[in-house]
Design a protein around this ligand. Structure first.
Ligand code: HEC
Ligand code: HEC
Length: 206
């Protein structure tokens, strides 16, 4: 059978591809290095396109660039502590971080998984209105109504609920202190049910 694409054409395409790739590498070595690191090192946990499949590993795809850079810098300088992340941060330079942040911010976020739909109504109310009885502020004031975040306020839409729950535990117990103090207050004041409900609601947002 004749091949679908003639061999000389394949050769031509691969030459064009390799020339284009060489140009990109020359034009932006640092960005190319970051993509290489993302594929070789980070993809194992965070997924090739930043959509991790393991619910305890956060999704990075479509996350706010400013937020990503701050978190990566905080891991690198020890302000945010994670035993899992630490060994992978060691080999990175501070110059790699903005390129990694830019790479993941550009990826398309995949929809999240809801495991308990019966909690969504409670979660939605808390997210949009907070709880005035316990002084929990509404989340949309910082994370936006659609959960997309902005700048230093992280995207929470579609995030794994397991990861979000772990972060609430770290905030409440004072183990995550690198960012806004407000998240400690939020995590301390939410009831167990509200915490699970809001995590489900965030996962449900596209
Ligand atoms: C062995 C699995 C693993 C590998 C490999 C890994 N990570 Fe992580 N990553 C995690 C876990 C677990 C967390 C959550 C840690 C915590 O609670 O602070 C995390 C958190 C993060 C966060 C914070 C996300 C957020 O929403 O706050 C960023 C950014 C990140 N990783 C980027 C990277 C980059 C870039 C690499 C590659 C250099 C990488 N990770 C490699 C497991 C991993
Ligand atoms: C005044 C602003 C503000 C309000 C209100 C707020 N947050 Fe946050 N939130 C932040 C900031 C800033 C961060 C980034 C990390 C940090 O500063 O600790 C964050 C981090 C988070 C994270 C961790 C994201 C990640 O990828 O690691 C979750 C989950 C979260 N917020 C959920 C909520 C929920 C749910 C509510 C409402 C009940 C809420 N936030 C209310 C500002 C806010």
């Amino acid at each position: 059978m004749r091949p679908l694409v003639p061999t000389p054409l394949i050769a031509m395409i691969s030459i064009v591809v390799s020339i284009t790739f060489t140009n990109i590498v020359q034009a932006d070595d640092a960005a190319a290095k970051a993509i290489h690191i993302a594929n070789e090192v980070c993809a194992g946990c965070h997924g090739v396109d930043g959509n991790s499949l393991v619910p305890t590993f956060p999704k990075l795809a479509g996350q706010q660039k400013v937020y990503l850079l701050r978190e990566l810098t905080d891991y690198k300088t020890g302000k945010r502590v994670s035993e899992t992340m630490a060994p992978f941060m060691e080999s990175l330079t501070l110059e790699d971080l903005p390129h990694l942040a830019a790479y993941y911010a550009k990826q398309k976020p995949a929809p999240g998984v809801v495991s308990n739909p019966s909690l969504l109504a409670v979660g939605k109310t808390l997210f949009l209105q907070g709880n005035s009885n316990t002084d929990v502020p509404s989340c949309d004031s910082c994370h936006e109504e659609d959960g997309s975040g902005s700048g230093k306020f992280p995207r929470v839409a579609g995030q794994h609920s397991e990861y979000a729950l772990e972060q609430f535990r770290l905030y409440a117990t004072g183990k995550r202190t690198n960012g806004a103090r407000v998240m400690k207050a939020v995590a301390e004041r939410m009831s167990e049910e509200e915490t699970r409900a809001v995590a489900e609601y965030m996962a449900s947002m596209p």
